[in-house]
Design a protein around this ligand. Structure first.
Ligand code: RNT
Ligand code: ZN
Length: 423
């Protein structure tokens, strides 16, 4: 069924009136929404494989399961797939790279030797599209991370190799920021940890502090590169002890002034990022979100429009902290079309943001202060069936991207004509 422009506009006009009754200006909301970038992770496009391939597949206790055909095999294919996804997502967004996506022209360049010159393909591509890039050093899928330790490795030589990689990454991020005129977030996540209960919990953490300090000691312009650190509860093979736990990085980011990265899949099942945002932003200057979805052992399912996604976006909007929150995505599903995975997850993140922005927050806050919890609950629940979909459809229409599920046939055509033809 094709949706006609006129129908979309009429439905929007009615929705606009209904929201206006509660003081919500949908026009203003959509103006604001289009300025909020989501950092789209390149690694959904190729199952976190990258172009370096110094190990057999993905390591570091994370996994992309599934074998849906059509994965991108090289920079050109990955960028083409990203272009396709970006054309189906409303708004102007960013792309998040990992060091393993360097283009070295066939030469073997180790991670401690990577430089901005190995990302010129990406920078040129981003420039043409007027989008920003973010970065991540890759502390996994490498022979020197095979025993499960990197920046906290007991061997000084190996540790130093990873420290150099960390420094190189900040220089690359700084270059992105300079070239593209928008600061690049450089996020450090390491897989270090033990499968079984360790004797020494202090040693690796002490080494990690020192290694991080050394990485950050290099003078890199804060104007172009913003440092972030990401903790985790456990990984496959590091079930008993993770060196860079949430508590570790919380303390570290407070004392060093970095961003703290909260990945929605990195906590105990009943612990939620949506409650942590206001906790950490009451003290920290900024936070990086890895919007993701945990399922059993996996922390990286495609983001759906579930309660927690909505709660996360509500927290950012209600708290007025959009300008201190960097929204990035982190999921990888190899069992479905990878372009579709990007489109579904990113559209959901934006949808949830829009849903949060269409709330009469001031009114609700007043009810709360007045101890009128009855009205608070009643209004919140009634707003769930307000015509949010009509506003979303209209936003897609004016942003020039497919309305509703119309994007799906686009992806189906693309997989037939492009993705399935790949070797
Ligand atoms: C791993 C972290 C990390 C990675 C990416 C690929 O648990 O979430 O952010 O998913 O860097
Ligand atoms: Zn993450």
């Amino acid at each position: 069924m094709q949706l006609h422009e006129k129908q979309i506009q009429e439905a929007y006009a009615r929705a606009r009136e209904q929201y206006a009754k509660w003081g919500v200006d949908t026009e203003q909301v959509l103006e604001r929404l289009k300025t909020i970038p989501v950092s789209i992770h390149c690694w959904q496009g190729d199952d976190v494989i990258g172009f370096e391939r110094s190990t057999e597949g993905l390591t570091g206790g994370i996994q992309a399961t599934g074998n849906y055909p059509g994965r991108a095999n090289n920079p050109e294919e990955l960028r083409a797939d990203l272009d396709k996804a970006l054309s189906l997502i409303p708004g102007r967004h960013r792309v998040n790279l990992h060091a393993i996506y360097a283009e070295t022209g066939g030469a073997r360049v180790n991670r401690d030797e990577l430089g901005p010159e190995h990302f010129e393909g990406w920078v040129g591509w981003a420039k043409e599209r007027g989008i920003g890039l973010d970065f991540n050093p890759t502390f996994f899928s490498h022979p020197l991370s095979d025993d499960g330790f990197t920046l906290s490795h007991p061997d000084e030589g190996i540790r130093q190799f990873w420290i150099e990689h960390g420094k190189a990454s900040r220089r690359i991020a700084e270059h992105f920021g300079k070239q593209l005129g928008t600061p690049a977030v450089n996020n450090i996540w390491i897989p270090d940890g033990y499968k079984d209960v360790p004797i020494d919990r202090f040693g690796p953490r002490q080494r990690l502090v020192e290694a991080l300090d050394e990485i950050l000691s290099e003078d890199v312009s804060k104007e172009h590169c913003i440092d972030a650190v990401e903790g985790k509860l456990f990984g496959i093979g590091s079930e008993s002890y993770v060196v860079g736990s949430h508590d570790f990085y919380l303390a570290y980011s407070v004392s060093r002034g970095t961003l703290l990265c909260l990945d929605a899949g990195h906590f105990h099942p009943t612990e939620v990022v949506s409650d942590k945002i206001s906790a950490v932003l009451s003290v920290l200057n900024g936070v990086l979100l890895h919007v993701s979805r945990p399922v059993r052992w996996d922390s990286d399912h495609v983001v759906t429009m579930n309660d927690e996604l909505q709660a996360i976006m509500q927290e950012i909007v209600r708290g007025g902290v959009l300008d201190r929150t960097y929204i990035a995505l982190d999921f990888f599903d190899a069992s479905i079309n990878r372009v579709a995975a990007w489109v579904i997850g990113t559209r959901n993140a934006i949808k949830a943001l829009l849903f949060a922005m269409l709330e009469p927050t001031d009114k609700l806050k007043q009810y709360e202060l007045d101890k009128d919890y009855t009205s608070r609950l009643a209004l919140l629940e009634e707003f769930k069936t307000y015509p949010f979909g009509a506003v979303w459809d209209y936003y897609c229409l004016i942003q020039g991207v497919p309305v509703r599920e119309q994007w799906l046939s686009d992806v189906k055509d693309y997989e037939q004509s492009v993705q399935f033809k790949r070797s």
